[in-house]
Design a protein around this ligand. Structure first.
Ligand code: ADP
Length: 359
């Protein structure tokens, strides 16, 4: 995308065209272009300080871009206030009006938009049913659990049927059990309504469960964009392999005779077909590693540093001469793993991540 005159097709709800933000000359968001399709659940995922909230705030209108344009249904909204943008917003702090009942909290935005009383009533009832809070319509926020308050916040943001719902770490304040429950609820609500969701989190699992697509952010840029499954299996760069696929990355190379070697390698292996000579990064996902020697697969000999049993799986940390802290998850075995035990680990090519080394 090169300019804001680009014609959007009907399925493109939101287009970011070279949107960037600096604070005092430092980039909080490097120029970013991104198209969001109608009905998507797009998650911005990245470590703290990677620019997720900045990008969300620019879309919401709480910040204005230093350059670039934001188009909502083909209209440039870059200069509009948050209220003029007609987007729904849910924050980690629920930001409910404490003195208003659940129903009145939800109705508030509809009143401001001058909906008639019968229409408001009908919509509040409808949206309360969607978030399964019909029985709490007359309660005050303080009388609700954290999860219920978050549902009210979602209901309020969705009540007037916005083009896009923006959510900034909405589950951050909930405990683990409630988080998982709310995750399923948010997924269900998205499925039932078909509204476009843009969601910010630093939690890889949450992003994986919820999203139709994930934009992975690092150092104020989107460094990968794709479906959860594709990003997990085929991360396009070492950062994504480590941060999203939970891979340990190791320098490797393929020489002019198509032989593969990695730094701690005890030998050479035939490189996978079609790979050119050069410097590579080998990414090893915890479940990609196999115990023992597998014919034709790169292998390493190391020592068990520690192991932890998780039901029928064991998470083992392995150190070798050059690789420290290789994370491996294997089926539990009767004898367990002792610290200091020598082990051979292989990474079959079909499960390995092989990326050209970034300079
Ligand atoms: P994330 O949401 O991924 O944690 P942010 O978007 O909040 O990251 O921040 C991205 C970068 O921009 C960080 O380096 C942060 O310190 C900087 N930043 C964010 N907001 C401001 C601000 N209002 N003033 C100055 N720097 C900011």
């Amino acid at each position: 995308m090169t300019n804001t005159e680009t014609i959007m097709d009907d399925d493109q709800v939101l287009v970011l065209d070279g949107v960037a933000k600096q604070y005092g000359g430092l980039p909080a968001l490097s120029p970013t272009s991104l198209t969001v399709q109608r009905g998507e659940f797009l998650t911005l995922l990245g470590p703290s300080g990677s620019g997720k909230s900045t990008l969300l705030k620019l879309i919401a209108g709480f910040e204005s871009p230093s350059s670039g344009a934001i188009l909502l249904r083909s209209r440039d909204i870059s200069g509009l206030s948050p209220a003029q943008r007609q987007l729904g917003m849910v924050f980690q702090s629920y930001s409910l009006f404490p003195h208003l009942t659940v129903a009145k909290n939800i109705e508030y935005g509809l009143k401001r938009r001058k909906w008639s009383l019968p229409r408001r009533r009908a919509r509040v009832a409808e949206i309360l049913a969607i978030v399964k809070l019909e029985h709490r319509a007359e309660a005050l926020p303080a009388e609700l659990s954290g999860g219920q308050q978050q549902r009210v916040a979602v209901a309020r943001a969705l009540a007037y049927d916005p083009d896009v719902l923006l959510m900034d770490e909405p589950l951050g304040a909930l405990d683990r059990t409630l988080r998982l429950e709310m995750e399923s609820e948010i997924k269900r609500i998205h499925g039932e309504l078909g509204t476009t969701f843009i969601y910010v989190t630093h939690d890889q699992q949450e992003a994986m469960h919820l999203s139709t697509r994930i934009a992975i952010m690092n150092n104020s840029r989107v460094v990968a964009l794709g479906t959860p499954d594709d990003l997990f299996r085929n991360p396009p760069n070492a950062f994504t392999a480590e941060f999203f696929s939970d891979a340990t990355t190791v320098p490797a190379e393929i020489d002019s005779e198509k032989r593969f070697r990695w730094e701690n390698g005890t030998g050479y292996w035939e490189a996978p077909a079609g790979m050119s000579p050069g410097r590579y990064t080998l990414g090893i996902r915890p479940r990609a590693a196999r115990w023992g020697i597998v014919e034709g697969a790169p292998a390493l000999r190391g020592k068990v540093r520690s192991s932890m049993l998780f039901g029928d799986e064991v998470r083992v940390l392995i150190d070798s001469d050059t690789v420290t802290g290789l994370r491996v998850i294997v089926p539990a075995r009767a004898t367990g793993f002792s610290p200091g035990e020598h082990v051979d680990v292989s990474i079959p090519w079909e499960d390995a991540i092989l990326l050209p080394r970034e300079t």
